[in-house]
Design a protein around this ligand. Structure first.
Ligand SMILES: Nc1ncnc2c1ncn2[C@@H]1O[C@H](COP(=O)(O)OP(=O)(O)OP(=O)(O)O)[C@@H](O)[C@H]1O
Ligand SMILES: [Mg+2]
Ligand SMILES: [Zn+2]
Length: 508
């Protein structure tokens, strides 16, 4: 007796088609699972035996081999349960031997219920691409899979329900395709709540327009954290493709809420300074995504920047550069994307008041130097925009003047983004922050005055060679916000000013 059932495998973000083939005969009851199936897959035999028994479906005295093909790909995870069980039920005569165009994903419980699994979106996308027309999975995962077009999704609660449906006795209703609502883009925070701090807000505007990394330095209570939290409200809406990419990662990490099967708001990941490097960039025996990948297409916020373990911060260097992170483990290598906007915030010294015009710093020079020294030059080099956040003026706080709202800022940012979309059409680049060195001079063309100013800035202010590329990219964004084709002197001046803290605090 032979049967085969389609499923989808997953390792990291890589989904791949899998077929559960079963060859069964009468004999001493035994189930062998082959095809590089690890312990988590082997254990499915026990779960399935109990689940079918408790659903009143006797597998009988079968002796069988189940091959998860392609046999050369490692299989790990409990989500193969459903396909293996379906194959066994087909072999036992409860289900048809061929279930063409149908794929099965999910874990079964001993009692015969289906349990939700992680990573469903990546698997559903792969299923649709492989000509699967019906996907059967745990009920709780159905909304997530229903985001995928061209596939009919069946959310199944129990083993009995599945058998009833596949034998035509009691049909399950397919899940309605997911529709994105206007509400799913709305946020409650707004820049209108931030009084004063106009210079910081305009730096945020540049950062958001070019997707540049940014560092805010200032005394406690000046609104750094408050400002950072509002950055996603001015970023352009996520495209459907961006939503899918980010949702896949959240799904694999198991942080997707059943209420929001598709991530439509740009992520804002506020990471504690106690985070480990695994927590930040990902890891584990089957590598899970870290915060940097959970923030993909959004903001990674590192508050109290110098409080992070220095070695942990250093691990950010490579992923910030490559916008993806590859993690190699014995079980295989996994790559997670991390196209993020890094927003860091810090006090300039342990007491917080170094450089303040208002309060006196009580730290020694050594304490200040040690504190600032926790941020290495290579990390600083990856931050395009640095800005000071000064104490809010009383008039601003007490005044009734309404600050500009996020929507107004977002509108200007969206215009600058449209210019970038046209500029980078047909390339993998999505924003000015990702301009590659070979493109730099082609897209960052300066007018004469800007060129003279940049030369002067280099000679007079000792701007480092490393800062050069960054200044040009930020100036490009400033010009885009102005709708200017050539980069002018004010754009260069602004970009240079965003690098001045390097010298003020780190003495470069
Ligand atoms: N510009 C501002 N407009 C309105 N409220 C503000 C502003 N700045 C600070 N606040 C108020 O002060 C509180 C503290 O601000 P926030 O936590 O953002 O400061 P911070 O700069 O991050 O401080 P720390 O360095 O201690 O982390 C805010 O929740 C807000 O109520
Ligand atoms: Mg703060
Ligand atoms: Zn101090």
């Amino acid at each position: 007796m032979f049967a085969k059932i389609s499923s989808i495998g997953l390792f990291g973000l890589n989904a791949f088609p899998v077929t559960a083939e079963i060859s069964a005969s009468q004999g001493v009851p035994n189930i062998d699972i082959v095809g590089l199936a690890d312990q988590s897959v082997q254990e499915s035999r026990m779960r399935i035996k109990a689940a079918t028994d408790n659903s009143g479906l006797k597998l009988g005295n079968v002796k069988c081999v189940i091959n998860l093909s392609p046999a050369g790909m490692k299989k790990t995870g409990s989500f193969y349960d459903l396909a293996i069980m379906t194959a066994l039920l087909a072999a036992a005569g409860y289900l048809p031997k061929e279930l063409d165009g149908k794929a099965f994903i999910g874990e079964v419980s001993l009692g015969g219920e289906l349990c939700p699994v992680n990573g469903v979106l990546a698997m559903a996308v792969e299923a649709a691409q492989n000509g699967i027309s019906e996907l059967y999975l745990p009920y709780e995962n159905a909304a997530e899979a229903s985001v995928v077009k061209n596939i009919r999704v069946y959310g199944v609660r129990t083993v009995k329900e599945l058998v009833g449906h596949l034998t035509g006795k009691a049909l399950i209703r397919p899940t309605d395709p997911y529709e994105i609502t206007e509400e799913s883009y709305q946020t409650v925070l707004d820049f209108a709540d931030v009084k004063g701090q106009e210079a910081v807000k305009s730096a945020i505007e540049v950062a958001a327009a070019g997707f540049h990394n940014m560092l805010m330095i200032g005394p406690p209570g000046t609104g750094k954290s408050m400002i950072a939290k509002r950055i996603p409200t001015v970023l352009p809406r996520m495209t459907f493709e961006e939503s899918i990419e980010t949702t896949k990662i959240h799904s694999v990490a198991g942080i997707l809420s059943p209420k929001t099967p598709l991530v439509t708001r740009r992520p804002f990941r506020d990471v504690s300074h106690t985070a480990s490097s695994v927590g930040l960039i990902g890891g584990g025996s089957v590598p899970k995504p870290g915060e940097i990948s959970l923030a993909h297409n959004g903001v990674l916020f590192l508050d109290e920047f110098p409080e992070f373990d220095r070695r942990v911060l250093e691990t950010l260097r490579q992923p910030l550069e490559n916008r993806s992170i590859s993690i190699a483990r014995a079980a295989g290598t996994v790559t997670y994307p991390c196209n993020i906007m890094l927003i860091a915030a810090m006090n300039p010294c342990p007491c917080g008041n170094y450089g303040s015009q208002i309060k006196k710093c009580t730290c020694t020079q050594q304490q200040v130097a040690r504190y600032l020294g926790k941020i290495s030059q290579p990390i600083l080099d990856r931050i395009d925009i640095q800005t000071e956040v000064a104490t809010v003026r009383y008039e601003d706080l007490a005044g009734t003047v309404k600050s500009e709202c996020s929507a107004a800022m977002a509108e200007r940012i969206a215009k600058a983004r449209e210019i970038q979309s046209r500029r980078f059409k047909g390339t993998s680049i999505t924003s000015n922050s990702c301009i590659t060195p070979d493109m730099l001079h082609e897209v960052c063309v300066l007018d004469d005055k800007a060129g003279d100013y940049l030369k002067l800035a280099f000679e007079k202010t000792g701007l480092s060679a490393r800062a050069y590329d960054r200044v040009l990219k930020v100036a490009r964004t400033c010009a885009d916000l102005d709708g200017a084709e050539l980069i002018g002197k004010p754009h260069i001046a602004r970009a240079v000013s965003y690098r001045s803290l390097d010298r003020k605090y780190w003495g470069n």
